[in-house]
Design a binder for this molecule. Structure first.
Ligand code: ADP
Ligand code: ASP
Ligand code: MG
Length: 451
């Protein structure tokens, strides 16, 4: 039995949190592999470092060192501290090299942003050693997590990562050693760190679980499980006991921050169940996410919202009769490497929903379409997509009517609808200013609140 346990930033964010996490690991039976995020606040600190090139590097380095050493000084002493320091110093050399390397390198930011994980995993490894567990800190390079794709937006190559980890991680398990691996990034074909996007440690842990054919992936965070809505918006949100991969994947993709959008696929393909649990309340069972589908009677189970989106609408007379034109448009969107969150077409318009960050690049590609008489391209910014997940939504009569009556109650306009694309979710676009109200009303009417 192999369990992969992933701990997020707040779960490794203080000496007390690290000790709590170590006892969770100690209490887990069978073979264990740990994946950890950077201590909370550290990745944001690194982002501000790369965003402000004029910042004093020595000062920043000192802050980074102090953050980790003040934690270490509350955890280790004597020989344990010496052992920690020798690995710490080696990793600081890598940190300096990354920060001082060529800023023009497209993977420069990945190299710096991925530094936090190298130090949280080191702290955790030594806390585990302190309680008698033979743990070993591994970077993603050491473990063999292989990434590909664009800077700050990598995806794992599952086949190569499995080969890497079969060689580098599995043998440790048979020697009784517990690997503690950095989350958030893999290594690209040039041997450089490539991050999986913010929050990417969940995905890294799913990749590790896939690679070692784990029996269970546990994502330990700071809430009781996957909830019926973001608890920061709906304080009375209800914890969901069980959900299936499809539901969790849709919600994560459409904005439920508790899981990185791509966490589900690497475990789903191997039927590895996943649990979301609270490292501050290990007695809570959390949420089990698996491949089974249990029919239920509730209309909605969970609502998520993806904000900062834009609708790009292309108008051209009778476009529907010119499929070659639609195909050309899609080619151009692909050339811009833009993710489309929703599409809607009519006789003479083609509208699609993208992240606001991608608008400029997408328009640049579209403006280059020659030989087609495009009449207009309009952009509507400041919209958000709401994803309402329920079991067999389409099979139930009147669901969309109920959902849209809630939207009306929030005095919001539906800007775009995509119904029928997924069996489990109903997605629609509203103005950013009303998204919180719509989520609140939907939740109150169709899910209820914890008392
Ligand atoms: P970690 O550092 O452990 O990865 P994150 O901050 O990335 O933690 O994710 C956990 C947070 O996600 C929670 O504290 C909560 O505010 C937020 N969240 C958003 N949507 C949901 C949801 N549907 N269920 C649970 N938490 C959610
Ligand atoms: N440390 C990274 C971040 O803050 C990855 C993660 O926490 O999952 O985005
Ligand atoms: Mg996270």
């Amino acid at each position: 039995m192999i369990t992969v346990l992933k701990f997020g930033g707040t779960s490794v964010g203080s000496p007390e949190a690290l000790k709590r996490v170590a006892s969770i690991i100690a209490g887990t039976e069978g073979d264990r592999i740990v994946v950890a995020s950077a201590m909370s606040g550290v990745t944001n600190f690194l982002v501000s470092l790369v965003d402000n090139p004029s910042q004093d590097i020595e000062e920043a380095k000192e802050k980074f060192v102090n953050k980790h050493l003040s934690t270490a000084s509350q955890l280790f002493e004597g020989e344990a501290m010496d052992a920690f320091m020798s690995e710490f110093n080696a990793r600081m050399k890598v940190f300096e090299k990354a920060v001082l390397s060529d800023r023009e390198d497209p993977f420069y930011r990945d190299g710096v942003l991925s530094q936090g994980e190298r130090f949280s995993t080191l702290l955790l490894t030594h806390v585990l050693k302190g309680i008698g567990i033979d743990a070993k800190a591994l970077t993603s390079e050491d473990a063999g997590i292989v990434a590909e794709g664009h800077p700050l937006n990598g995806s794992a190559n599952l086949v190569k990562s499995e080969a890497g980890m079969t060689m580098n991680v599995r043998p440790l398990l048979s020697m009784g050693i517990l690997p503690v691996i950095t989350g958030y990034y893999g290594v690209n074909s040039d041997g450089k760190p490539l991050t999986f996007g913010r929050g990417g440690s969940d995905y890294a842990a799913a990749v590790v679980a896939n690679a070692v054919n784990a029996d269970m992936l546990e994502i330990w965070t700071d809430v009781d499980g996957f909830m019926s809505a973001d608890p920061r918006i709906i304080p009375g949100a209800i914890k969901i006991d069980e959900m299936n991969f499809g539901e969790a994947a849709e919600l994560a993709y459409f904005g439920a921050k508790v899981l990185h959008p791509r966490t589900i696929e690497p475990v789903r393909v191997k039927h590895i169940p996943l649990k979301v649990r609270n490292s501050f309340k290990p007695e809570e069972p959390g949420t089990l996410i698996h491949h089974l589908r249990k029919p239920r009677n509730d209309l909605l189970r969970s609502v998520a919202a993806k904000t900062d989106l834009s609708i790009i609408t292309i108008s051209s007379a009778e476009m529907a009769y010119r499929p070659a034109m639609v195909s050309k448009i899609l080619d151009r969107i692909a050339a811009a490497d833009t993710i489309i969150y929703s599409i809607s077409t009519s006789l003479s318009t083609f509208a699609f929903l993208v992240s606001s960050n991608d608008v400029k690049n997408t328009l640049k590609q579209l403006n280059g379409i020659e030989g087609y008489d495009i009449e207009r391209i309009d952009v509507k910014n400041n919209v958000a997509l709401i994803c309402a997940v329920g079991d067999n939504l389409l099979g139930k009569r009147g669901v969309s009517g109920d959902v849209f009556s809630a939207v009306k109650e929030a005095n919001a306009n539906v800007e775009m609808i995509s119904e029928g694309a997924s069996e489990v979710s109903l997605n629609f676009v509203v103005p950013m200013g009303q998204v919180i109200d719509v989520v609140k009303i939907l939740h109150k009417k169709y899910i209820g609140e914890r008392r």
